[in-house]
Design a protein around this ligand. Structure first.
Ligand SMILES: [Zn+2]
Ligand SMILES: [Zn+2]
Length: 547
């Protein structure tokens, strides 16, 4: 009996971000994308989240390669971590995507150890039993592709991120012809971008931003500061075009943006006249109405340039009355609060801040409902798997598929780790594999679990109290008064009686010489927690230290 074809979403199903899909046939796996997701507000101290690829660890010899559809973080950001584990894994990406990946891998100091290969839209590639065909998709970054994969079980199509923009900034619209050709051949399953499945109509073309920029550049009396993602190469081109037209010079700030600009320019994806670009420090000497500054930080990340500017802590950019700031990106879900705080602070400093929906300075890179229906109609798959979206987006996309005539039982809304199997043209739910979160913070990969997050939450809210107990190691008798040290919990000067009370409580417990260390530790923790809660209605973290 032939082996079934399996599709396993490892990320991006039920969330916006950390996209990753495994396609498996026999002992062969091809991967699509490996992204990051940004943490939600309640994940303290977490820099970002990567997919859980536990399933792949004992199948290293099965891996034929990874296709990276485009250069956005939610498709590339997990790669350095994947490649540190599996440096042999061949990576396939278009020229610009590869360039962006190289920047990333160089920063992680693993570029030389990895195997990068360049593909192009319209190109083909054989990987084990898989025949891959890449097709152009329009998105908010140039050089994006989707992929059709011919397998022994049938043809499957993955759109990557897309929209049907007829006038994209790079002049390369989504390849309708190829999609229709797939449809004609017969497609077993389609995986399609669901990000905007709750948006009716059609996503406006990138071009509408030119109009909005033209207006802002005409009206602005002082400096213009444009914030966007470092990987939104098309947006950088649009700002550069507006700057040339309105006789302003352009400076970049933010390491990732500087690196990406340099690379995209070298590869020919950015066309910047040489006299357009100036250094940030030079802008200080220039008339404000001659200056545009591009920066990152539109997600309100506390360490980013824009966030530091908003609190007056950036060494080179101070906001002056008359500055116009354009936030040219949408907040990633979960970041709204931080973004709004940054916008408010920038206003407070006297800037005029323009953001969507106040001005059309950003359009989505993702298809809306009418485009999603068009995709479904062009490809006409037997089975449909909505991907890239929270559950509500996946469900909305499911409805659209039903509307265009795909039977409800042929649409599979999957969670990360939930595999689907195709056998003789029939689909069924398959094995479930790990599909959770792997947290990355400054300290490394996966060292942080839910318990650590809970601890950080307690620390952030109620602080901690350390109780140091000195006992004689032979007799167990107290040698000295217990010490109580608190941080972030109460202002000690106003609450000396509470600290004294806590020390007394610890003394009473520690006088019981029959308690071993473990029992003493637990009892101090429990008693202090109750005592402090009784006194203050707060529960700091209690850390007994026995010496
Ligand atoms: Zn994207
Ligand atoms: Zn994406």
């Amino acid at each position: 009996m032939a082996s079934p074809l399996r599709i396993i979403p490892l990320g991006g199903c039920g969330e916006i971000g950390k996209n990753m899909t495994a396609v498996e046939y026999g002992k062969n796996i091809v991967l699509i994308d490996c992204g990051v997701m940004f943490p939600e507000n309640d994940m303290l101290g977490i820099d970002f989240i990567i997919p859980d690829w536990q399933y792949l660890r004992d199948k290293r010899e099965w891996l034929r390669g990874i296709i990276v559809t485009h250069g956005h973080e939610d498709h590339t950001g997990g790669l350095p971590y994947l490649l540190k584990e599996m440096p042999d894994l061949p990576v396939f990406a278009t020229k610009l995507t590869r360039g962006l990946i190289e920047v990333k891998l160089r920063n992680h100091k693993i570029l030389d150890a990895t195997r990068l290969n360049t593909i192009e839209a319209g190109g083909r590639l054989e990987l084990g039993p898989f025949g891959l065909e890449f097709f152009r998709v329009a998105h908010s970054i140039p050089d994006g592709v989707g992929v059709g994969i011919t397998t022994p079980a049938g043809l499957i199509v993955h759109t990557g991120d897309f929209k049907f923009d007829h006038t994209p900034v790079d002049g390369k619209p989504t390849d309708f012809t190829k999609l229709a050709e797939f449809g004609g051949r017969g497609v077993l399953a389609l995986m399609s971008d669901s990000t905007n499945a709750d948006q009716p109509g059609t996503t406006p073309s990138e071009r509408v931003i030119d109009t909005a920029f033209a207006h802002v550049f005409r009206e602005a009396k002082g400096r213009i500061i444009v914030g966007t993602f470092a990987s939104l190469i098309s947006r950088i081109q649009q700002v550069a075009n507006a700057a040339v037209k309105h006789n302003r010079k352009l400076a970049f700030t933010g390491t990732s943006m500087l690196e990406n600009v340099k690379m995209a320019q070298k590869l020919g994806y950015l066309d910047l006249p040489s006299d357009l670009i100036v250094r940030l420090e030079d802008t200080k000497k220039m008339a404000p109405e001659r200056v545009v500054i591009m920066t990152t930080g539109t997600q309100g990340e506390p360490s980013s340039v824009l966030a530091r500017v908003s609190i007056g802590q950036h060494s080179q950019i101070q906001i002056d009355r008359g500055d116009t700031i354009i936030m040219s990106s949408h907040p990633i879900p979960g970041n709204e609060e931080m973004v709004n705080r940054t916008i408010n602070r920038l206003f407070q400093r006297g800037a005029n801040v323009l953001y969507d929906p106040i001005a059309q300075v950003h359009v989505s890179g993702h298809a809306s409902q009418e485009e999603q229906k068009l995709m479904l109609n062009l490809v006409r798959p037997d089975y449909f798997i909505p991907v890239h979206g929270e559950l509500r987006h996946l469900r909305a996309h499911e409805q659209l598929a039903n509307q265009v005539g795909i039977a409800p039982q042929n649409v599979f809304v999957l969670e990360n780790g939930q595999s689907i199997e195709f056998d003789e043209g029939e689909a069924r739910i398959g094995e479930r594999v790990p599909g959770g979160y792997v947290y990355i913070d400054g300290s490394g990969v996966g060292d942080v679990g839910p318990a650590v997050l809970r601890d950080r939450e307690i620390l952030g809210r109620d602080g901690f109290v350390v109780a140091v107990v000195h006992r004689d190691s032979d007799t167990g008798q107290l040698i000295d008064q217990p010490e109580i040290i608190s941080k972030g919990f109460i202002y000690v000067k106003d609450a000396e009686h509470i600290i004294t009370g806590a020390a007394d409580a610890v003394t009473r417990i520690a006088q019981d010489t029959t308690l071993n260390d473990k029992a003493l530790y637990d009892k101090i923790k429990e008693t202090l927690s109750e005592y402090l809660y009784h006194e203050t209605k707060r529960r700091p973290m209690i850390i007994p230290v026995l010496s």
